[in-house]
Ligand binder design. Structure first.
Ligand code: AP5
Ligand code: MG
Length: 266
């Protein structure tokens, strides 16, 4: 299916609700879509031992949010690298480089963000090829306001599933860390136990999938999500979808997405 205008979507939902799962399914249905997962980006930085990753690691392990400044620079860098955001006046941050992007002495809370970042105008395209899904960003109303200044989001999907269902899934989740591919031993098991379907490499557990850490992540989600959703509700772009399983949610999401972005059958 093809799109008639750029879709700029955010998925919001409790940890383990299925943001990554729904993102994959939407991308399979609409090949023009691409995605950025803030969690995957952070985990990549942790794996590669970048200064940013080293500072993020302890927060992620504890199930708390990383500072807004850190996540914002990471996302702006990614949006710019992918060509979805352009700005002639500021060189994009190079967060994967060990020497650029964050000085060794900086703490994550005192990261220097040039004032130009807030005031200068970024450009973005409305062509369908500039369509994307953000999975896990923004997570706070403050992050949402900062994103508003850069690029307007035109659909916010609030995925709502009871938390007692989610905790069971988390205990069975396995990931292929380099790609972010997600498996679940009861729901979408890998073809060969413990191995990634595409590369055959070993699957691992996420460090923050420990039940106690998950509860902490959930607590933060409950604290921050209401103001975030209110922010987007006021802008008229919020769409809520409730369901006990991803299979229940996916067809409704695809239908709504098609309705809003003029997806046509080829
Ligand atoms: P992040 O990686 O974004 O984690 P999260 O929000 O906690 O969400 P998850 O990735 O755990 O779950 P998901 O909703 O993607 O579910 P999935 O599809 O995998 O963030 C990690 C950390 O990074 C944060 O704690 C924070 O520290 C930091 N961070 C990230 N963004 C940040 C930001 N903007 N600001 C500050 N800090 C930030 O599904 C879960 C499982 O369910 C899978 O096993 C899946 O296979 C299974 N499943 C799905 N559907 C079904 C079904 N129907 N039946 C059975 N199982 C199912
Ligand atoms: Mg995820």
């Amino acid at each position: 299916m093809s799109l008639t205008r750029a879709a700029r979507i955010i998925l919001v939902g409790a940890p383990g609700v299925g943001k990554g799962t729904q993102t994959d399914r939407l991308m399979r249905k609409f090949p023009e879509l691409a995605s950025i997962s803030s969690g995957d980006l952070l985990r990549k930085n942790v794996r590669e031992r970048t200064p940013l990753g080293i500072q993020a690691e302890s927060k992620m392990k504890a199930g708390v949010l990383v500072p807004d400044t850190m996540i914002l620079r990471l996302i702006i860098n990614e949006l710019t690298n992918r060509g979805w955001l352009t700005n002639d006046t500021i060189r994009p941050y190079t967060v994967y480089s060990s020497s650029i992007g964050m000085d060794q002495e900086d703490t994550v809370d005192s990261v220097f963000i040039p004032s130009g970042l807030r005031t200068s105008k970024y450009n973005y395209s409305d062509h369908p090829s500039a369509s994307f899904i953000l999975d896990g960003f923004p997570r706070t109303a403050a992050q949402a306001s900062q994103l508003d200044d850069l690029i307007p989001i035109n659909l916010v999907v609030n995925l709502d599933t009871p938390t007692d269902i989610i905790i069971d899934r988390i205990c069975n989740r396995w990931v292929h860390a380099p790609s972010g591919r997600v498996y679940n031993t009861t729901f979408n098991a890998p073809k060969v136990e413990g191995k990634d379907d595409v590369t055959g490499e070993p699957l691992t557990r996420r460090e923050d999938d420990d039940p106690e850490v998950w509860k902490e992540r959930l607590r933060h989600f409950k604290e921050t999500s209401l103001p975030l959703l209110e922010h987007y509700d006021k802008m008229g772009v919020l769409w809520n979808v409730k369901g006990n399983t991803s299979d229940e949610i996916t067809p409704r999401l695809i239908k709504e997405f098609g309705r809003r972005f003029g997806a046509l059958d080829n």
